[in-house]
Design a protein around this ligand. Structure first.
Ligand code: GAR
Length: 216
């Protein structure tokens, strides 16, 4: 009997790495037919590095600050991804803006998670901005990466209520619970061939996805 094909992932992080852990656990637990071929951090202080090592994952630091230019960083990042054999790039709390050329190179093969219900609140400080605007709901979005920041086609969103007395920290914690559900799910959809990007549009189960799927 042939083993099911397993999708190799490069998970790129800048910080705590909790989404990376959720994806790695889904892989290691057999929930999705994927494996984390490499975790790449853009700074040696990223908290997720130790977590990745505890999970027995291959980790490489591509230290953006030590590389002279954004182009040099992207060249090193590309080399690390390619050397890992990854077929899907998973940006998981990666806090740098990639060039349009880099995004184009990985079109349909690179995902990001963003802590808002896109197209609301692209960019930074999403929880603070949602609270300041008096939103009643907030959440996170998994999307394909395109050359425009936080604007690639959204595939799946996890919604949470904004509760009375919420702080950005409390809201962020609620959003992260959703992130840890929706990100492994989308990676699984790609790994099982259910989700593809066709001419810039996501197709799920053989149909164009007009609207993101929403959970929560
Ligand atoms: C996540 O909430 C993710 O949505 C956000 O960073 C956090 C990383 O958490 N990403 C962005 O803001 C990207 N613009 P983690 O390191 O614990 O996975």
């Amino acid at each position: 009997m042939n083993a099911a094909p397993v999708l190799a992932l490069a998970v790129v992080i800048s910080g705590r790495g909790s989404n990376m852990v959720a994806i790695a656990r889904a892989c290691q637990g057999g929930q999705i037919p994927a494996r984390v071929a490499r975790v790449i951090a853009d700074r040696p202080g990223a908290g997720g590095i130790a977590l990745a090592q505890q999970l027995g994952l291959d980790v490489q630091v591509v230290p953006a600050r030590e590389l002279a230019t954004p182009a040099a960083f992207e060249a090193a990042l590309h080399a690390s991804i390619e050397a890992s054999g990854a077929r899907l790039v998973v940006l998981a709390g990666f806090m740098r803006i990639l060039s349009p050329e880099f995004a184009q190179r990985y079109a349909g093969r690179m995902l990001n998670i963003h802590p808002s219900l896109l197209p609301k609140y692209p960019g930074l400080h999403t929880h603070e901005r949602a609270l300041a605007a008096g939103e009643q709901e907030h959440g996170a979005s998994v999307h394909f990466v395109t050359s425009e920041l936080d604007a690639g086609p959204v595939v799946l969103q996890g919604r949470v209520p904004v509760l009375p007395g919420d702080t950005a920290e409390r809201l962020s914690a609620r959003v992260q619970e959703q992130e840890h559900i929706i990100y492994p799910k989308v990676v699984g959809w790609i790994a099982t061939g259910r989700l593809k990007l066709v001419d810039g549009q996501p197709w799920l189960d053989g149909h164009p996805l007009g609207q993101p799927v929403v959970t929560g």
